[in-house]
Design a protein around this ligand. Structure first.
Ligand code: ADP
Ligand code: VHF
Length: 379
C-alpha cells in the first residue's frame, strides 16, 4: 500500500465502533512507584471523549501486582507465585478505585471483570461473559478487565495481559485492539538494547517477520513485545486490527481517533463478519438440531434476525447453553449454525413459545432469543 492508502486505512479504522484498549504494567505504574494516576486520568478523559462520540470501549488494564507491591511496601517483584497472587489481590482494589474515581468525573460507571483464559475457552462461560459485557456496553458502562490472578498461576508468572486483551477482542468482536505500552510501538529490534532500531508503522498481523523482531519485556510487565505481536494474530482471528502504541505520547487516544499515524498497526486479513463466519462454521462441533418453521427461516435468511423460540418447532440432541446447534427447515435442509442460549431440556419447554412467556415456562429468562444473531451464521 502507498503512504496515502495507509493514511486512509488509519482514518477508516479510527471511525470503527468497538475498541478494546489494553494498558500495560510498564505504563501504569510509574516504573514501580505506585499507580501513574495522572496518566490514568488522561487516558480516561480521552476514553470518555471516545464514548461521547458513540464508540464502545472495553478497558483491559494491568497494574494489580505493581499496586499491590506498593501497598504492601515491597520493593522488588517477588518470584513466588503465591506472593504475586496475593499482591494482585491487594492491588486490584486500588486499581479499580482509581479507574472508578477517574471515570466518575465524566459521570461514567465502571464495572470490574476478572477473567481467566479458561473462562474464555469454556463455551458456557464464554457466552455468559459475552452477554454480560454486551449488556454493560449497551448501558454505557466501561468494563475494566484484568486477569483473575487468584485462580491462575501460568499467566501471572509470565505477566502477560496482551493475550487477555486479544481474547477479549475476540469475545466482544471488537473492531480494534489498542495496546498502550512504554515504547512508541514495535521496533525492528528491542530499542532498549538497539538504539538504531526503527519503528514499524504498519504491516499484516499474519506476517511472521514481526515475531522475530520482538523480544521480552522489562521488570514490571514482563510479556514484552512478543506477546503483543502474538496478541495481534489472535485478535485477527475475529477480524480485529491491532495498534501497538506509546501510552506516554500526548493525547495518544484522541490522536489515534483523528487518524494520526502513530505506533504500529497490524492489520487482520479478514473482515470481522467473514472471520466470525469462518470460526463458527468451521471450528465447532455441533451438539444438536433445531427445526424452524417457515417464518423463522425467512427471518434468518432475509432479514438477518435472531432466532426466537416461537419459530422453533422441534429440538433434538443433548446440548447445553453455549454449545453449537444446527438449524434446519421443515424439509431437513440446513439453514444456519449458532450458539444456543438454552440447554436442550429448557429449549424443549419453550418450543413455539412467545418471548413474553419464556419466564412463565422456565421460571427464568436467560435471553429473549434462543440464538442471538451475533452468534448465528446463516449458511
Ligand atoms: N522489537 C521491540 N520493539 C519495541 N519494544 C520491544 C521490542 N522487543 C522487546 N521490547 C520490549 O518490550 C517492552 C514492553 O513490554 P512490557 O514490559 O511487557 O510492557 P507492558 O507492561 O506494556 O505489557 C519494552 O519496554 C521493550 O523493552
Ligand atoms: N494481572 C497482573 C499481571 C499482568 C501484566 O503485568 O501484564 P502486562 O502489562 O501485559 O505485562 C497485573 O495486573 O499486575
Amino acid at each position: 500500500m502507498t503512504t496515502v492508502e495507509w493514511q486512509e486505512t488509519r482514518q477508516k479504522l479510527a471511525q470503527k465502533k468497538r475498541w478494546v484498549i489494553k494498558i500495560g504494567s510498564a505504563l501504569l505504574t510509574n516504573d514501580g512507584r505506585g499507580l501513574n494516576r495522572d496518566g490514568m486520568q488522561s487516558w480516561v478523559d480521552q476514553i470518555a471523549a471516545l464514548l461521547a462520540l458513540g464508540h464502545e470501549v472495553v478497558l483491559v488494564s494491568s497494574g494489580s501486582v505493581a499496586e499491590g507491591m506498593t501497598r504492601l511496601g515491597w520493593k522488588t517483584r517477588p518470584e513466588e507465585v503465591h506472593k504475586l497472587q496475593a499482591a494482585a489481590a491487594v492491588g486490584q482494589m486500588g486499581l479499580v478505585q482509581a479507574y472508578e474515581r477517574a471515570f466518575a468525573q465524566h459521570q461514567r460507571n465502571t464495572a470490574q471483570i476478572l477473567l481467566t483464559h479458561d473462562d474464555l475457552s469454556d463455551r458456557k462461560r464464554y457466552l455468559n461473559a459475552r452477554t454480560t459485557l454486551r449488556t454493560l456496553l449497551d448501558m454505557g458502562v466501561v468494563p475494566v478487565i484484568n486477569e483473575n490472578d487468584t485462580v491462575v498461576t501460568d499467566e501471572i508468572k509470565f505477566g502477560d495481559n496482551d493475550t487477555l486483551g486479544a481474547l477479549v477482542a475476540n469475545l466482544v468482536e471488537a473492531d480494534l485492539l489498542v495496546i498502550l505500552t512504554d515504547q512508541q510501538g514495535l521496533f525492528t529490534a528491542d530499542p532498549r538494547s538497539n538504539p538504531d532500531a526503527k519503528l514499524i508503522a504498519e504491516g499484516q498481523a499474519s506476517d511472521p517477520c514481526y515475531a522475530a523482531m520482538a523480544g521480552g519485556g522489562g521488570a514490571l510487565g514482563r510479556g514484552g513485545m512478543i506477546t503483543k505481536v502474538r496478541a495481534a494474530t489472535l485478535a485477527a482471528r475475529s477480524g480485529a486490527d491491532t495498534l501497538i502504541v506509546g501510552g506516554r505520547i500526548d493525547n495518544v487516544i484522541t490522536r489515534l481517533r483523528a487518524g494520526e499515524v502513530l505506533g504500529t498497526l497490524l492489520l487482520a486479513d479478514k473482515e470481522r463478519d467473514a472471520a466470525r463466519k469462518q470460526w463458527l462454521a468451521g471450528h465447532l462441533q455441533s451438539h444438536g438440531e433445531l427445526t424452524l418453521d417457515a417464518g423463522a427461516v425467512k427471518a434468518l435468511r432475509d432479514s438477518g434476525r435472531s432466532l426466537l423460540p416461537i419459530g422453533v418447532i422441534a429440538a433434538q440432541g443433548k446440548f447445553e447453553r453455549g454449545q453449537l446447534v444446527i438449524c434446519k427447515d421443515e424439509q431437513g435442509a440446513v439453514v444456519a449454525k449458532g450458539l444456543v442460549n438454552y440447554s436442550h431440556k429448557d429449549a424443549a419447554r419453550i418450543l413455539r413459545t412467545p418471548t413474553a412467556q419464556i419466564e412463565q415456562a422456565l421460571g427464568y429468562i436467560a435471553e429473549p432469543e434462543i440464538i442471538h444473531r451475533d452468534n448465528l451464521v446463516v449458511l
